[in-house]
Design a protein around this ligand. Sequence first.
Ligand SMILES: Nc1ncnc2c1ncn2[C@@H]1O[C@H](COP(=O)(O)OP(=O)(O)OP(=O)(O)O)[C@@H](O)[C@H]1O
Ligand SMILES: [Mg+2]
Length: 496
Amino acid sequence: MNICTGTAITADELPFNNSFAELPPAFHTRLMPTPLPAPTFIAASAPAAALVGLEPQDLAGQDFVDVFTGNKVAVRSQPLSAVYSGHQFGVWAGQLGDGRAITLGDLPGEGGQMEIQLKGAGLTPYSRMGDGRAVLRSSLREFLCSEAMAALGIPTTRALMVTGSHQPIMRESVETAAVVTRMAPTFVRFGSFEHWYHRGRQDELRILADYVIKNWYPEFAGAANPYKELLAEVTRRTARMIAGWQAVGFMHGVMNTDNMSILGLTLDYGPFGFMEAFDANHICNHTDQGGRYSYANQVPVGHWNCYALGNALLPLIGTPEEAEEALDAYRPAFGAKLDELLHAKLGLLDVREGDEALFDDMFKLLQANHADFTLFFRRLGELKLDGDLGQDAPLRDLFLDRAAFDAWALQYRARLRLENSSDERRRAAMHRANPKYVLRNYLAQTAIEQAQNGDYSGVHKLLGVLERPFDDQPENEAYAAMPPDWAAHLEVSCSS
Ligand SMILES: Nc1ncnc2c1ncn2[C@@H]1O[C@H](COP(=O)(O)OP(=O)(O)OP(=O)(O)O)[C@@H](O)[C@H]1O
Ligand SMILES: [Mg+2]
């Protein structure tokens, strides 16, 4: 829909601006996406489409499929790939860049403009050893999880649609190609700044920082030290985003600095996972043998990544002391956000002494019993304040050590009694804080295998369920179930 005239627009007429293309040529390479043979529509997200005034049914039309696969370039689009560098697994990796992502331009929307990027659209000068492509499996995971995270209320890049082609792509086995159309106000990463810092190119560093401030942090433009303010705010946003991850059991899997968004958005859905049987040391990425990006380590790694950004911004900020001051925002921002989220998850209206001990004991209990993370919090909402704990069997049955659960539940009930709330009201509030549906690996895998056989109905169905993660959806009970036995053998890695 043309947001000015209210009429339908064709893909060719998409009203692209190209703000990143206006930066000097050192920041990007102008290039054309590489077409894929016979691209087909797989799925689109209606909530994402609405952000840029598009209708999902229009996206299924061949002209949109062609533009969003990269087979045709809209008149006003100036496709480009951006350069960036980064630290991978804590080690400086040098130049990376969009090796398979091509930005088409920015589309206007009511909430602000969105950069539209095709992931898997062919070789770029930054492809290094890669083929510039993404396979259907990883593209569906990125598509579904981007939209699932948005519905969970966690800051994230969005996924507008996904298209596929029969073109064979070699990974561990032969798979087929797909393209995800992603959206974010900008895809600038921490690594975009590290790139110029490590080359000693202060002019470009300043141009990039000014570009980001002007467009997304205009409130700092007139500050005494805008770059210090920028670092402090990105640090706070990153900390809050990671608190959001911890609260739903999301594990990113590859928190390299080139995957950290300058807007504090979850970026790059590769070997991610959602916590099932709780283990704070769980590693979701099979390739991450040392567990650098385990669930528990996400918190300090987020801080480490902000340090890397602070180091890169140092020539603009001035002194290390000022950068340190900005980075000091991390712990309080993380602590305050997690505390707020945990209170909501436990249905606690106010903050009281002893709450931290209650949370600690809860995590120890979950750890000792490897209770299912999502089911635990969802079923906790059903707990009754009075009566025999045995009446809460579905919750209690998540724990092998029932006595340990009973002891904690009594502590929790005592805490709840300090507040004046009914079972009903608490249940409703907790169900708004604790999702029933998250993208468990087995759910993604089931939909992917169906899609690999040409049937996309499982993807559509799963997307619909994940768009309403807090609703009860009795007809979709099966999607809330614990993983079946076969899922124990599922491994996700960096292969994508
Ligand atoms: N198949 C591929 N072809 C070319 N480059 C690739 C390919 N896979 C990954 N890369 C590049 O390797 C680097 C690190 O990869 P990583 O898996 O973090 O990113 P990605 O999943 O491709 O993309 P993004 O971070 O944009 O979501 C990036 O520079 C990325 O573009
Ligand atoms: Mg990446």
